[in-house]
Design a protein around this ligand. Sequence first.
Ligand SMILES: Cc1ncc(COP(=O)(O)O)c(C=O)c1O
Length: 424
Amino acid sequence: MSETSAMPSSPGAATPRTPRSSADGEKRGSALQKRFAAALMPNYGVPPVAIARGQGSRVWDLDGKEYLDLIAGIAVSALGHAHPALVSAVSAQVAKVAHTSNLFLHEPEVALAEKLLSLLGEDGRVFFSNSGTEANEAAIKLVLRKQAAATSGRNVIVAADHSFHGRSLGSLAITGKESIRAPFAPFGLTVRWVPYGDADALAAAVTPDVAGVFLEPTLGESGVIPAPAGYLRAARDAATAAGAALVLDEIQSGIGRTGAWFACQAEGIVPDVITLAKGLGGGLPIGACIGIGEYGTGFAAGDHGSTFGGNPVSCAAALAVIDTIVAEGILGNVIKVGAQLIDGIAAIDHPLLAGVRGSGLWLAAVLSGDHSAPVAVAARERGFLVNPVQPDAIRIAPPLILSAAEAEEFLTAFPAILDAARGA
Ligand SMILES: Cc1ncc(COP(=O)(O)O)c(C=O)c1O
C-alpha cells in the first residue's frame, strides 16, 4: 500500500518526549523521526524522509538534501510545490474568509462546481468532501438512496478485486484488498466481488438487485494496472442494462493525471457518478462526488453533509489548479513527458526491470521480482522520490508540471539505481 513506508516504527524504543536539537550532531530528520514514532500512531510506520520545503518538482529534506519528487504526495501535487498561482489563490482566500460551514454559501464552491461540470461536459450536481474516502462515502450513500427511492430494495454494490476506494467503513467495505479489509469485517453493505478487467464476469454480476458498480479506470494502489480496452464500456453497458449506477472512482486518475481531465473521457464513457480528490486541490484537502443526470439530485435535503466540505480555501486552490492546467497547457505536458518516461523506461535493459505500464504521468516501472523496496531506497539515496506501490512495482506519479529535462534526469539515473538495488 502507498501508506507503507520502508522504516518500521519502534514504539518500545527510548524516545525523547520533547523536541530535540541537532546540536549533538544527530541529523534533524532522524531526530524528527524519533519524535514522530513517539507521538503519532503506528499505522504508517515511520516515513523515511522529513520534507521541509518544495519548489516546482523538487523537495528538500530537513537536512538540506534535494530530491526530484516523482510521487507528488501520492499523485496529489499537480502543480508541483509552491506554485505561485496556488500560493496566491490560497493566501488571498484565507485572508478573506477561511471557513463558512455549509450553513452559508460562498463564491469559490459554486464556481468550482460549475467548472467541474463544464470540464465533464455533462449536466449534474456536485457534493464537496475533504478527501477521496469521503467522496466515495458520498457516492455509496447517493446510489443507495437513489435506488431505494426508485425501486425500494436494490442494495447490492458490485466492486472489484484489488480495488482501493478508501479506509472508512463504507469505502473499505468496497475495497478489494483482502489484507486491509478483512481485519475490520463485517461491514453493513452487501458487496458482490468481481475480478477486475473481466467484462463477462462483470456482466454476470450486475443483476437487477445491484444499486451501483464501483470501478477505478486503472487500479492505482494495486500497481497502476489499467483496465483492458473495452472494459469500462462493458461496465457502462452492464450497469445500464440492469438499471444500476456506474460509479467511476477517478480520485487518482482524474484532473489531468492521464493527460485527459478525466480518464473516462479518453474511453468515451459517461458514468452516473464520478469521485475526485488527490490532484484536485493541488495539495489542499478536497474531494468531490459528482452526480450526473438524475444522480445529481439523488440526495434530498439533509441526506448528507460535511462541516469542512467545500471549504473556501480548498475550493480556491482547486480553481487555481484547474485554471493553471489550462493556462500552462499542462495536459499536453502530461502526454508528452509521460510518453518520454514510458519510452525511456521501456528502452532500459536491466535484469531487475520487466516493463512499464500506465498512461500520462501515472506509471509503474514493473520489476522482475519483489525488488521495489531496495529500488526505492537506492532512488532516494540518489535524490529521487518514487513509491514502491507493490513489491514488484515502482509507482511514478510526479507533479503534472514535470519537465522533459527532469524526466531525463531520472531516466539517466535509473539504470544505476537498479544496479544499486540489485547489489543491496
Ligand atoms: C482510487 C482511490 N480511491 C480512493 C482513495 C482514498 O482517497 P483519500 O486517501 O483521499 O481518502 C484513494 C487513495 O489512494 C485512491 O487511490
